[in-house]
Design a protein around this ligand. Structure first.
Ligand code: CTP
Ligand code: MG
Length: 229
């Protein structure tokens, strides 16, 4: 069984909307609903764990209740950092879930194709994340001075979903907690346990809505998709 965790307990500071960005409307539905719809239409996805702030449990509960066609779900309270939010979500993992995906609720443009590929490589190899080849030349900078220019061919931007066999992810979270390690994605926790993480090449479209401009980009993408249908 495949369970997907959706960290959605941030405050959306960079979006500057005065509320959690995943609850903002995007072409008639909250960002979070767009995201959950995409996963609910993937056959092999069985269960959704939506991780939200303590004060948003009721609001999110009402929003999800109104929505038809979602896979079975549970709402869980998050923590002060994304990693702590996911950690709380893991406590609610159904016993039968052998594959666990983590996906930023703020990435509503995820394709079904990428979701399916991440599930299949995670099942086969133990760990897989969506990633895109880096287009920019990336500089390492210390105190305002460039100290390194890594070869661009080796650089990929990590996205979500990130998928793992249950034991792989649980071990990684246990080790991070023991070591006091705080990472910015789930893969970094798994990498430090020595497990090889594969990448699934994703499209450019799967952006994380971060600033107000991203909302406009997402709207344009969705309008384009609707016209194709
Ligand atoms: N997230 C979470 N718990 C936190 C922080 C973030 O579940 N304590 C979630 C966000 O809701 C989002 C995803 O993790 O879906 C990626 O985080 P980010 O894009 O940084 O969202 P925010 O933290 O809400 O935004 P900002 O950093 O601008 O405040
Ligand atoms: Mg954040």
């Amino acid at each position: 069984m495949v369970a997907v965790m959706f960290p959605a307990a941030g405050s959306g500071k960079r979006m500057g909307a005065g509320k959690n960005k995943v609850l903002l409307p995007l072409l008639g539905a909250p960002v979070l609903i767009h995201t959950l719809r995409r996963f609910s239409s993937v056959h092999s996805v069985d269960f959704l764990i939506v991780i939200v702030g303590k004060n948003e449990v009721d609001e999110v509960g009402r929003i999800l209740e109104k929505e038809n066609g979602l896979k079975p779900y549970k709402i869980v309270i998050g923590g002060s950092e994304r990693q702590y939010s996911v950690e709380n979500g893991l406590k609610a993992l159904p016993e039968k879930a052998d594959i666990v995906l983590v996906h930023d609720a703020a990435r509503p443009l995820i394709s079904e194709d990428t979701i399916e590929k991440v599930i299949s490589v995670a099942r086969e190899k133990g760990a897989a994340i969506a990633a895109v080849p880096e287009k920019n030349t990336i500089k390492v900078v210390e105190s305002g001075i460039i100290t390194d220019t890594p070869k661009r061919e080796k650089l990929y931007a990590a996205q979500t979903p990130q998928g793992f066999r249950r034991d792989v992810l649980l071990n990684a979270y246990e080790k991070a907690r023991k070591d006091g390690f705080l990472g910015t994605d789930d893969s970094s926790l798994v990498e430090r346990t020595g497990i090889s993480v594969r990448i699934v090449i994703d499209d450019d479209k799967n952006i994380k809505l971060t600033t107000p401009n991203d909302l406009k980009i997402a709207e344009a993408y969705l309008e384009g998709e609707n016209q194709c249908e």
